[in-house]
Design a protein around this ligand. Structure first.
Ligand code: FUC
Length: 781
């Protein structure tokens, strides 16, 4: 695609003056592949650096000229060690707190809960940085023709510039899933060769850096304590340099490796900790990193890079998205973000979508940890909210785009985490509630802590594990793998049993409700945040019971339990519409009294999205009430909360409203120059939630119903998406023109009956495995 000079100039003028000033004299064109983030200048801040990752090892690449920094992460390097935060005192005090809540004495209940029902310690362990790899290039200063980029398709970060002597330097960085290594390739085109001084550093404890053979470094250390939980993880980072030509001197005394006059250099960085499982830190990171380095010896950077790209593309290339391209797409990524509030740049939304899929593949791979609040990337020992797993929205949001954008494999770490939470959560359920099954509250960490933390007004919410179970079910519903369903059914049944044992009959209505609980983090203006039976809990439990009943039915299991779940589900408090026409957040019509009318959480809309209990076509009265709630809450919130609103408006089929909010999300207030989501500060959920919102605008998958272009905004008149996935193993391609569907292709991998909806028309189809079906608007006449 080509653009006139006028178009390009107009797009550039929309960029900020500051950004324009940063441009070097010699402009470098955009990379050919549009699926790249790229910049004219090195990163000076972490939120300008570019992320790479293989699910376990991560690095943020700064792209400096005289000094390159790779900030390093290993996904199991958290503070602390296995610990038990369960508070046995809770069991005796629970009845009193429940009684106070039912009596409306919320402040008293909250005070008592804070004294007696909370985890010890009151805070969980943070995810932490491992440290940095620093490359100093003596003699390099100013450069021209500078460009750094992150190729989302190759999964490679590249920095390229011309030094003063005219020599072209190229630096490539990858994170290989197959070789479990970060690899760096340094080349310089001139006669003189490359000089570089290499160090590893870490802010952790007991850190030592020693020479590791003639061209290597070994950094070892131990993690820190947090809230009285002593650190007991050992970790290692091992670097090996393969130098072509030149001389290498290892200065072991100050942990430096000096290389002079090399033709090219490949660096391999292996990292590991002694973490084996949430209850086992018996691993040997020194041996593990040695084995990893030994395995890559004899391989080449080119080979490892090709394998890395192939492994990445196997997932990444499943989906293609074209929302149209304008001249703005020619600009560097930071300038596009800066200009996004006024420019016409639909390709920026597509780039954001692809970046989210890239991040998912890099942060969440089978066998590893799930994506935490910062995915895999964190430069701090004490990051915001501990960079943990907040399971009252944030972790769930991370995984919203995974199934519909054909990244079901990436959900495996989340499923594994739930398997472990069911173990720790069983003890929490028994000891603190006297209940069967298992429970997890609003947060967890590497050690799978499940007791309520941070204060009753944030943490005393028992529904986090139940919400995660809906993701277990969704993974089944998209893939329909019977053996998988058998393996997760006990987790779902365990979560359901906890609520069968702990639901309370509301004395004023007779319905079953959770108590104590809250509508996550939103004070209701009647003495605090705690309450009985918030709308969100009722909706999550409706899903949990329904899905567990369905699973039991498919597996022909647990007849007695199914009966209990049916009875409980039918006795849950129903949705209510309040005096302002809104969907009520609490059992009482307190919404208008709540001090924060624009509160970021919209928990009571869970039934509209991510769940499908409320749908404009099926439950129009509730959908109208949900719409009223959204209008009252407003469009702009923290990053993730903004992203949630996009999904909600898309479910209401208001594409233009959803797009307005998406535009705000893509702007400089909610997106950093490296495209990381700004809560602020950085939190990755908004990236994933934003991508999920784009999917919701284009395709809806609800039970056996597939909605085609349910919320297409005017801003994307012509475009296409291929490879989306609907429930029941069906792939979907969509092409549209002038705001109308042109053609849809369904590619079923399982036979079954589907209702396809296009606006208010519908068509019932019998799909056959492996037989694609092509539909045009005429098929809906
Ligand atoms: C929840 C949200 C905050 C933040 C934190 C990590 O507590 O209310 O906004 O996202 O999680």
């Amino acid at each position: 695609m080509t653009f006139s000079r006028r178009e390009t100039m107009a797009a550039m003028a929309a960029g900020t003056a500051a950004m324009a000033a940063a441009r070097p004299a010699r402009a470098v064109p955009a990379p050919h592949a549009p699926l790249a983030l790229w910049y004219h200048q090195p990163a000076t801040e972490w939120t300008q650096a570019l992320p790479i990752g293989n699910g376990r090892l991560g690095a943020m690449v700064f792209g400096g000229i005289s000094q390159e920094r790779l900030q390093l992460n290993e996904s199991t390097l958290w503070a602390g060690q296995p610990y038990d935060p369960v508070n046995p005192q809770a069991l005796t005090m629970l009845p009193k707190v429940r009684e106070l809540i039912f009596a409306g004495k919320i402040a008293e209940a909250e005070a008592l809960a804070n004294q007696t029902l909370m985890a010890r310690p009151l805070t969980q362990m943070p995810y932490q940085t491992l440290g940095d790899l620093i490359l100093d290039f003596p003699g390099l200063g100013d450069a021209s023709a500078y460009r750094r980029d992150l190729d989302l398709d190759k999964a490679m970060a590249t920095t390229r510039f011309e030094a003063n002597d005219g020599v072209t330097h190229v630096r490539q960085v990858i994170a290989s899933p197959a070789d479990q290594i970060i690899a760096v390739r340094l080349t310089a085109g001139g006669e003189n060769g490359l000089d570089v001084d290499i160090t590893l550093r870490s802010p952790q404890r007991e850190v030592q850096v020693v020479a590791d053979g003639p061209a290597g470094l070994l950094l070892t250390g131990r993690n820190g304590a947090s809230k009285g939980v002593e650190g007991n993880l050992r970790f290692a980072a091992r670097l090996a340099a393969e130098v072509e030509g030149g001389t290498t001197t290892t200065q072991a005394d100050d942990g430096r490796l000096n290389i002079r006059n090399a033709k090219a250099i490949t660096l391999y960085i292996a990292m590991a900790t002694s973490y084996r499982r949430f209850d086992d830190v018996g691993g040997d990171p020194i041996a593990a990193t040695a084995a990893t380095i030994a395995r890559v010896r004899g391989r080449t950077f080119a080979r490892i890079a090709a394998d890395t790209a192939a492994a990445h593309q196997r997932l990444f290339r499943r989906v293609a998205l074209d929302l149209g391209t304008t001249a703005a797409a020619q600009l560097p990524t930071d300038q596009r973000i800066a200009a996004s509030q006024t420019s016409d740049d639909p390709a920026l939304a597509a780039l954001y979508f692809h970046f989210a899929r890239y991040l998912m593949i890099c942060a969440s791979r089978p066998g590893g940890q799930p994506a935490n609040l910062q995915g895999l990337w964190n430069d701090s020992l004490n990051p915001p909210w501990g960079s943990k797993y907040t399971i009252n929205i944030n972790t769930q949001m991370n995984y919203w785009p995974a199934e519909p954008t054909a990244l079901g494999e990436c959900v495996a770490p989340l499923v594994d985490m739930v398997r472990e939470l069911a173990i720790t959560g069983e003890r929490t359920a028994r000891t603190m509630y006297g209940a069967r099954g298992w429970v997890a509250h609003h947060n967890t960490d590497l050690w799978r802590a499940t007791a309520p933390i941070d204060g009753a007004q944030f943490g005393l919410w028992p529904t986090g594990g139940a919400w995660l179970c809906t993701h277990l079910w969704d993974h089944y519903d998209y893939g329909r793998d019977h053996a998988y369903l058998m393996s997760i059914y006990p987790l779902m049944a365990g979560a359901a049993r906890f609520f069968l044992d702990t639901l309370q009959r509301d004395p004023s209505t007779g319905f079953l409700v959770t108590n104590p609980s809250m509508s996550p983090e939103n004070p209701h203006g009647h003495g605090g945040t705690l309450c009985a039976g918030p709308t969100m809990d009722m909706a999550i439990l409706r899903d949990l019971f329904t899905q567990t009943i369905e699973a039991a039915t498919i597996l022909q299991a647990d007849v007695a339990l199914v009966g209990e779940m049916r009875a409980a589900r039918d006795a849950l408090a129903p949705y209510k519409i309040g005096r302002n026409g809104q969907l009520q957040e609490w059992q009482q019509d307190w919404d208008a009294d709540a001090p924060e009318q624009d509160h970021r959480h919209v928990s009571h809309l869970y039934g509209l999205h991510p769940s499908r209990q409320i749908m404009p076509d099926d439950t129009p009265t509730l959908a109208a009430a949900a719409r009223r709630t959204l209008e009252i809450r407003g469009d702009r919130a923290t990053g993730w909360a903004t992203a949630w609103r996009i999904n909600l408006w898309a479910r209401l089929k208001d594409g233009d409203h959803a797009h307005d909010i998406l535009r705000f999300l893509l702007g400089p207030e909610r997106t950093y120059p490296n495209m990381f989501d700004a809560h602020p500060p950085f939190q990755i959920d908004g990236n994933f939630g934003g991508a999920a919102g784009i999917v919701e605008m284009l395709m809806g998958s609800h039970g056996d119903v597939i909605d085609l272009l349910p919320a297409l905004p005017k801003a994307w008149p012509t475009g296409s998406v291929t490879g989306l996935r609907a429930r029941g193993r069906c792939r979907i391609d969509l092409h549209w023109r002038d705001g109308r569907l042109d053609r849809a292709v369904l590619r079923p991998e399982l036979s079954g009956t589907r209702t396809i909806r296009l606006a208010d028309k519908r068509r019932v189809l019998t799909l056959k495995t492996g037989m694609p079906v092509s539909l045009t608007p005429k098929d809906f006449a």
